[in-house]
Design a protein around this ligand. Structure first.
Ligand code: HEC
Ligand code: HEC
Length: 152
């Protein structure tokens, strides 16, 4: 009886091993994957190039008070994601005020100046932060103006 039990236990362990290995493979190991997973769970993972380095540093230093929500990470994740964001931040412009909203930067406002208030408020859009409403490939970091489609 005891041997049968050990045999069953051994078989169960054996059967569980491949699943465990699969799960391990799914854990993000690269900073980029980590960023996509952590910073893309509540909204689009906003591409790092849309804000300057000083904005990302400020944001990552106050994740416990992130736009009215708590988006805290472990110190290790925070360090890795901050590095990733800073390395890939906007390189051509700086902003001493370190804005936390992409949608409030002069850059964003300039690129979107032809969109009226009424359009921003459409049910299918709701907010300028809802990039994917008009940029169908936003989740791939693609904001090309030729692929913009404004929902009615
Ligand atoms: C727990 C949910 C949550 C997580 C996790 C989260 N955010 Fe946010 N984030 C929000 C909310 C809520 C807003 C405000 C959205 C709005 O006002 O439309 C926001 C807004 C933002 C904005 C401003 C968008 C704009 O309007 O221009 C940026 C940039 C941002 N988040 C980056 C990040 C980064 C980087 C991470 C990962 C470290 C992250 N977020 C993780 C909830 C989250
Ligand atoms: C209401 C629809 C709408 C929303 C929502 C929206 N955009 Fe746009 N976006 C546009 C339009 C329209 C253009 C300009 C296309 C043109 O110049 O012909 C544009 C242009 C851009 C460009 C410049 C593209 C280029 O090829 O030069 C970027 C970058 C961009 N948007 C990023 C964003 C980001 C990031 C968000 C979310 C934080 C966002 N947009 C939300 C409609 C939108």
């Amino acid at each position: 009886m005891k041997t049968l039990f050990s045999l069953m236990l051994a078989l169960a362990t054996f059967a569980a091993t491949p699943a465990l290995a699969d799960e391990r493979r799914m854990l993000p190991t690269q900073p980029k994957e980590e960023w996509k997973l952590e910073c893309g769970s509540c909204h689009l993972a906003f591409p790092p190039r849309l804000l300057p380095a000083e904005s990302w540093r400020k944001m990552m230093g106050s994740l416990d008070k992130h736009f009215g929500t708590d988006a805290s990470l472990s110190p290790r994740e925070n360090r890795e994601i901050t590095d990733f964001l800073v390395k890939n931040a906007a390189s051509r412009w700086r902003s001493p005020t370190a804005p936390l909203r992409i949608t409030e930067t002069a850059h964003f406002l300039h690129e979107h100046d032809e969109i009226s208030d009424a359009v921003w408020k459409r049910a299918a859009i709701k907010s300028p932060s809802n990039c994917a409403a008009c940029h169908p490939a936003a989740d791939k970091g693609d904001f090309n103006e030729h692929r913009v489609r404004i929902p009615r």
